[in-house]
Every structure is written in structure tokens, then in C-alpha cells.
Design a protein around this ligand. Sequence first.
Ligand SMILES: Cc1ncc(COP(=O)(O)O)c(C=O)c1O
Length: 389
Amino acid sequence: MPKLANRITQTSKKSYGMVAKAGGLAGSGRDLIHLELGKPFHDTPAHIIEATVDAMRRGEVHYSDLAGLYDFRVAIADKLVGYNKMEVGPQDVLVTNGLTQASFAAFMALVEEGDEVILLEPYYPQHLGKIEMAGGRPVTVTLDPSDGYRLDPVRIAAAITPRTKAIVLVNPCNPTGRVYSRQELEGVAQLAREHDLFVISDEVYDHIVFDRETHVSIATLPGMKDRTVSMYAFTKAYAMDGWRLGYLVAAPALMSGLAKIVATEVTHVNTFIQHGGRAALTGPEAVLRDMVADDQRKRDLVVARLNQMPGVTCPMPQGTIYAFPDISAVGLTSQEAADRLLDEADVVVESGAFYGPAGEGRLRICFGSESTERLTLAMDRMQKFFNAL
Ligand SMILES: Cc1ncc(COP(=O)(O)O)c(C=O)c1O
């Protein structure tokens, strides 16, 4: 039996991919523009920071409930009822260290040695690593780029075998920027019901949807509540990436296993951080709206500029903070283009192939991590690069 770490063939961007490569240039004096990592541009809103500092000063520095502070879970449940349209209460919620720990718990609790887990490609690489860590076998299903990476039930059904345990969904999708329609989700839900599968649903971008798109949580579709682990975080929408705060929601039959894993791993999330999370959920909603509106303006800028570059075609992301332009016409692989943009244009973007072979011919560009001025400069540099090819 290999050590756990040896099972993981691919890990996070911080140790692999352009983040690691550009990180090696820190201190080189080069003016790199970083569009490779989904790190929010804004700082955490002040009222969230104040509530956290207040909590520390009040002495909220001791152990909390293992599942998370009760009042915090009440606020989360209210958000899930109001925004995600779920019928849940605080007992259905487990507070985690970011979405990363929620998905760790989900894969560890649901996947047994030899189980197959379907990953839709392009996929989020950390999910792949966690399936492997749990002893499962990731089975990738390639979504069709020419069909807008639509959730295609025929392709997914073809990958289902008697060993299939779960389907992983990322909605809104990193890296494609797709926000799946109710009808697309219904196709996946129908397969899950028919074949008795779980759905592990990463909804870290649930608030970051544009043009009045509606985010639909697959757990709200008929028959899905008991077979879905829905996972969220404060990371992106509230600009709280360094706080490491997230949560999952699951049916009672799954919750005991999930809670056991989190309690065994970390006991619980830092108590005062949870007070900050509660302030985020109960504080002014305008803060969230303004940050998403800023993301939308930046999306519009970046997508318009990318579409002016020769050989580059960029579909409009419906959500997330990523553009996923098609550069297959320029005669470079994704990795070659990302490497040359770093070397020749001082712009760091991620190769589409980082998200699996279905991402070949694409770049992933984060428009949510820089100021408008820096994004404009990045687009000027990229324009010059593609003009000169
Ligand atoms: C799809 C997806 N899931 C999970 C995460 C990680 O979330 P967290 O920082 O809350 O652990 C990210 C971060 O980029 C993401 O894009």
C-alpha cells in the first residue's frame, strides 16, 4: 500500500503549473502581471475583519462546537435557504477550512478503495488528487469545447460502470466559466438517480454569476438532496481566501461520516474566524454585490480585448473569475503559449491543459485578481505578443 502522498499524481497550482513557475521568479525584479491564480483583488470587507478582531478581544479563543459555532451554522443555513433554495437547518451544515477541506471530507467519506469517480473535464486538479488519495479511480469525461463544455448526459452515461460511486460537479465551473442551466443539471441528476450515485458539488463560485444568470444547486432538484454533498466557501465572493473558511451541507445519513473526518483531521475551524464568517453573512449585502459588479466589469474588459487579438476567440464566462479563451488557431500548445507569455510578455496565465487534455488549446486567465489598470496593461502586452506571432 503506497503512502497517501504517493497516490496523488497532480496537486494544487501552488506546487505545479504556472503559479509554481512564476513563483520561482519572485525577486527577479521583473514586473510580472499575475493572472494565473484565483486570488481575489479586493481585501476582505472591513466589517468582517472588525467582527473577527472583536471576537478575539472578547475571548472567543476557545474550542467551538465540532461542526462549527451554532449561531454561525444558523446564519449559513439561512443563506442556503435564501440564496440556494435548499430546505436545510444548522444540523445539516459542517464548517470547514475552505472548500478544500470540505471536498477532502467528501471524498474521504464517500469514496472507497477501487471506486470510480467521474470528473468532468476540464476539471479542477485538486479534486483529482483527492479521489486518488481516497483510493478511488478518477474517470474523466471530456466535455465538448465546441458545444460550450455543455453537461452532456450521453457522454457522462457512457462512463458509468457498476463501480461508479459519484460524479463531481464544479458549478459555476472553474476553468470554463460556465454556469450550468437547470436543464443541464437535470440530466446529471437523472443519471445519479438511475445509477444510485452521489454528486459531490463544488459551488465555491455560487455568488459570482453575471448578467442576471441564476445559480442552481443540484441538491435542490428532485431526489438529489440525500445523494449530494454541496460545498461552499467565503474564499472568492467575500475575498477571504487567506482565512480558510468554508462549509458543506449534506443529508443526515452522510453527515456523521463527514463530521468524523473533519473532527479527526482538525477538530474544528478557528473559533474567531467563524465569527468573521457570521459577520459576512449577516452584514451588508451591498459589499458582495459591489465586488461581483467589479468582477463583471473586468470580465467585459478582458473578454473584449482578448477577442481583438489575432487567433484568439473568447467565449463570455457566465460566472467565476476566469476567461477561458481558445488560442488553438495561433499554432502554439497551451503550455507553449503560457510559457512564452511569461518569458516574452511578463504576463502569467495558466495553460488550459493544466485542467486536463480537454483544456488543450485554451488559456485560463483570471480577471478577478488585478486592478483595471493592471488588467489593461496585461491585455496590451498580450495583444503585442499575439500580433507578433
Ligand atoms: C473550483 C474550486 N474549488 C475549490 C477551490 C479552493 O477553495 P478554498 O480556497 O475555499 O479551499 C478553488 C479555488 O480556486 C476552486 O476554484
